[in-house]
Ligand binder design. Structure first.
Ligand code: PRP
Ligand code: URA
Length: 210
């Protein structure tokens, strides 16, 4: 695995991913667990946020305390499934701005098709977390990173829950400057470019569309 890839080995993350793999896990549970996983991942992904000392007054005395400083954040979900990770991340950093990148995979070619993109205007000044539960061929993540870069974004992390070896290899080699965080690397892609064992179609499972 390349240096720019972090695989979470935290038992809570592993356990929660295992729960959503079960085909009997319903929409409501699936959605809320995806959000919990996103929050757990966010805690680690944001470990490098800088702090500065600020003076405050406790009931007893004045003191210097660390507060977040520096670049602001942008959370950028890849629609639709990435939306499921936004609330969990926002719970940690409520002041983050949220961009959207809408794309779906063509069912025959598996190539991503873009249909909607909107990023915060000052994206070039922000730390950017692109989020999507699934990294399969890597086509969607690739297109999303290109788009964010074209809009001026440079401080980019990509956060996913489950990846196929193919997707993680492609992304980590093509973007050595992007740190990739992943809950679990699965075995392989099937003939329809679905991740095995995976969770099936994450968008359908989060929104109950199938
Ligand atoms: C899923 C998933 C990723 C993409 C991953 O979205 O959420 O965006 O597939 O596949 P890739 O790595 O091969 O590009 P999908 O296209 O199914 O759209 P949806 O979230 O709207 O269902
Ligand atoms: N997109 C999904 O939602 N699931 C997969 O397994 C692959 C792509």
């Amino acid at each position: 695995m390349k240096e720019n890839v972090t695989i979470f080995n935290h038992p809570l993350i592993q356990h929660k991913i295992s729960i959503i793999r079960d085909k009997n896990c319903g929409t409501q549970e699936f959605r809320s667990i995806v959000s919990e996983i996103a929050m757990l991942m966010g805690y680690e992904v944001l470990r490098d946020l800088e702090t500065e000392l600020v003076e405050i007054e406790t009931p007893l005395e004045k003191t210097m305390v660390p507060m977040l400083k520096g670049k602001k954040l942008a959370i950028v979900p890849i629609l639709r499934a990435g939306l499921g990770m936004v609330d969990g991340m926002l719970a940690l950093v409520p002041s983050a701005k949220v961009g959207h990148i809408g794309m779906y995979r063509d069912e025959q070619t598996f190539e991503p098709k873009e249909y909607y993109c909107k990023l915060p205007e000052d994206i070039n000044k922000r730390k950017i977390l692109i989020v999507d539960p699934m990294l399969a061929t890597g086509g969607s993540a690739d297109m999303a990173i290109e788009y964010v870069k074209k809009c001026g974004g440079s401080d980019i992390k990509f956060v996913c829950m489950i990846a196929a070896p193919e997707g993680i290899k492609m992304l980590s080699e093509k973007y050595p400057d992007v740190q990739i965080y992943c809950g679990c690397v699965d075995r392989q892609l099937d003939e329809n470019a679905y991740i095995l064992p995976g969770v099936g179609d994450a968008g359908d499972r989060i929104f109950g569309t199938k």
